[in-house]
Design a protein around this ligand. Structure first.
Ligand SMILES: [Zn+2]
Ligand SMILES: [Zn+2]
Length: 238
């Protein structure tokens, strides 16, 4: 955190250096990113990403959409609009926050976006089937996504029973766990652990971690079997 001197913010361990939460999902023929964070540009540079087929959005909070303008580099090289997938609530905010990308008069260098609406039905990006899962971020509906045996959920603190059904059977889950103390709109670590146990998912990684959770190594070492803290640059083969 800016201006913070706590043991996490001053740690020399790379795993304590956390950018805003996002994942890249890659199949045989398709590469997508979930959310374009304020760190999107640096994340793409760090991972040397040369091509992206789509960005899929969980919800319109700034820490999940702010980097969208930087898709212009992908537009430039692919000569195509970036396909984005979002529900109507998120699309409204994106259009309001990046109005210049949606005007009729285009000028060179503007980010080019193709809007695709996520209803609650499964959809396909390239060759990748995606199942949206509705989760609650206090009162805001947020989308989690299931890709085959892998489920990604961020910014949740409650999931209704029928939506839990869509997650069950996953082999790997990434789920948000903000800190040890309770929070109004995010699972804390204990709640996230309980949910993973309830859903019986064998392999879990916690994400959207605040510096208030503590240093990676000791917190990670104390987690139940099959559960780990995610860290920036973590790669999973599923
Ligand atoms: Zn949020
Ligand atoms: Zn967030």
């Amino acid at each position: 955190m800016i201006a913070c001197d706590c043991e996490v913010c001053t740690s020399a361990n790379k795993k304590d250096k956390r950018l805003r939460s996002s994942i890249m999902v890659e199949s045989q023929n398709t590469i997508l990113v979930v959310d374009s964070t304020p760190d999107f540009r640096y994340q793409m540079l760090r991972e040397k990403v040369k091509h992206l087929d789509a960005i899929v959005f969980t919800h319109p909070h700034k820490d999940h959409i702010a980097g969208l303008d930087d898709i212009r580099a992908f537009n430039y090289f692919s000569k195509k609009p970036m396909q984005i997938f979002a529900n109507e609530m998120t699309q409204e905010v994106i259009i309001r926050e990046f109005p210049y990308a949606f005007t009729d008069t285009k000028y060179p260098g503007l980010p080019e976006i193709g809007l695709n609406t996520i209803a609650m039905e499964p959809f396909i990006v390239g060759d990748m089937p995606v199942i949206p899962v509705l989760v609650w971020h206090l009162k805001m509906p947020v989308l989690g996504f299931r890709f085959g045996k892998f489920t990604y959920i961020t910014d949740a603190n409650r999931i209704d029973e029928p939506e839990k059904e869509k997650i069950r059977g996953s082999e790997v889950i990434v789920i948000n766990a903000l800190r040890t103390e309770k929070h109004v709109s995010h699972y804390n670590l204990e709640e996230a652990i309980d949910l993973v146990k309830e859903l019986k998912i064998p392999q879990a990684y916690f994400t959207h971690i605040s510096h208030q959770l503590g240093k990676h190594d000791p917190v990670n070492a104390a987690l139940p079997e099959g559960m780990q803290l995610a860290y920036d640059g973590l790669v999973l083969h599923i």
